[in-house]
Design a protein around this ligand. Structure first.
Ligand SMILES: NC(=O)c1ccc[n+]([C@@H]2O[C@H](COP(=O)([O-])OP(=O)(O)OC[C@H]3O[C@@H](n4cnc5c(N)ncnc54)[C@H](O)[C@@H]3O)[C@@H](O)[C@H]2O)c1
Length: 337
């Protein structure tokens, strides 16, 4: 059972207190994944009906097992790169279907490109058919290795399209271009969230090339070496999942955010080495840090400028890194044993 902590869902509900989702019908692609399942939880908590579509490639049925059978929740196992004809009238389409972990960039590049290009096109077509609002889960990776940090939405990006991460970063850019095209050509209310590193319960650890926070936690809990790339001087800014989901749903529903592109993330920057040391301390682990070569296109710094989200959505992160890590460690401790 990988249900998330009830008080976390209540916290998201609290953050969305002024937003009315009761009776709305929402399609969530990638809804059985880490972020998607939290989005489904929050929508159900707010009284929306949810159509969750997922091909279960990197997601897991257990993430939504507690929602199956609940009134208003429907799951369809489906690959969103293939046509889909929902039989419910939709108010909102949230397109989150895409593998997103570094180890998958190497193993499944074609699938990733397809999910963010053809999958986005199909999801946009569904939104257009119903006149629904559209939200695309884009990524900080669209900035590549930015020369401006904290990075604002106006930064155009710095990416070599032939590198390993480019299947992800460039296809997210193409997805954003589709969104802009549907906005201009059809007047669709289509919005883009540029999501920065987010962590929390239900993340997969994924071995040595998995995402840093779940990898460090599972290594620390098992007493294995904590694997740090390079000297660990590269930075990230980690957002706890409840803050991310609240930001995404505020962006999807706020009046005045029509057609906007908004960074959603935490703007506290920390090095990977400091993160590994903090996790070692919080888990009380005896693990050693082990240093591996830095992957060739690992970004040196990642930190969002979230001024636009603050102004437009009345949103900013509320959960500090140590608090979020404690919750995540507690969840992993239950799941890993
Ligand atoms: N977690 C983060 O830090 C982060 C950062 C930036 C962007 N994002 C974006 O948020 C979204 C969700 O990411 P996540 O971290 O939850 O990853 P995840 O791998 O846990 O979730 C992705 C979900 O999409 C499903 N999926 C993949 N391809 C599909 C397809 N063709 N058809 C249907 N379903 C498909 C997977 O089975 C999975 O359930 C992704 O679009 C990702 O790019 C996440």
């Amino acid at each position: 059972m990988v249900s998330c902590p009830d008080n976390d869902i209540i916290n998201i509900g609290e953050y969305l207190r002024d937003i009315d989702l009761a009776g709305k019908t929402v399609l969530v692609t990638g809804g059985a994944g880490f972020l998607g399942s939290w989005v489904c939880d929050a929508l159900m908590y707010k009284g929306a009906r949810v159509l969750c579509v997922d091909n279960l490639s990197s997601g897991a049925e257990e993430n939504i097992a507690h929602l199956r059978g609940k009134d208003g929740f429907q799951f369809i196992k489906h690959d969103i790169t293939q046509p889909l004809q929902p039989d419910l009238k939709l108010d909102l389409v949230i397109h989150m279907a895409s593998r997103a972990s570094p180890f998958e960039f190497e193993r499944f590049p074609e699938e990733i490109i397809q999910a963010n290009t053809q999958g986005t096109l199909i999801a946009l077509g569904i939104a257009r058919e119903f006149g629904a609002t559209f939200l695309f889960a884009s990524s900080s990776e669209v900035y590549g290795d930015p020369s401006l940090v904290p990075t604002p939405e106006s930064f155009a990006g710095n990416i070599d399209p032939t590198k390993m991460r480019s299947c992800y970063s460039v296809s997210k850019r193409c997805g954003e271009a589709y969104v802009a095209a549907f906005r201009r050509q059809y007047g669709l209310d289509a919005r883009v969230a540029r999501i920065f590193n987010t962590y929390g319960p239900r993340m997969r650890a994924d071995g040595i090339y998995g995402r840093a926070v779940p990898r460090f936690i599972s290594q620390a809990l098992r007493g294995n070496d904590i694997t740090v790339f390079g000297q660990g001087r590269q930075t990230r800014s980690f957002c706890y999942v409840t803050d991310q989901v609240a930001g995404l749903l505020r962006l999807a529903t706020s009046p005045g955010a029509e057609g906007e592109v908004v960074n959603i993330g935490n703007d506290t920057e920390i090095t990977i080495l400091e993160t590994a040391e903090m996790i070692k301390r919080l888990t009380g682990s005896q693990s050693q840090l082990a240093f591996y070569p830095l992957p060739e296109d690992d970004p040196i710094r990642r930190c969002p400028d979230i001024g636009k989200a603050r102004r437009l959505l009345g949103w900013e992160p509320r959960v500090g890194l140590e608090e979020g890590l404690r919750k995540t460690i507690a969840w992993f401790d239950g799941a890993v044993q």
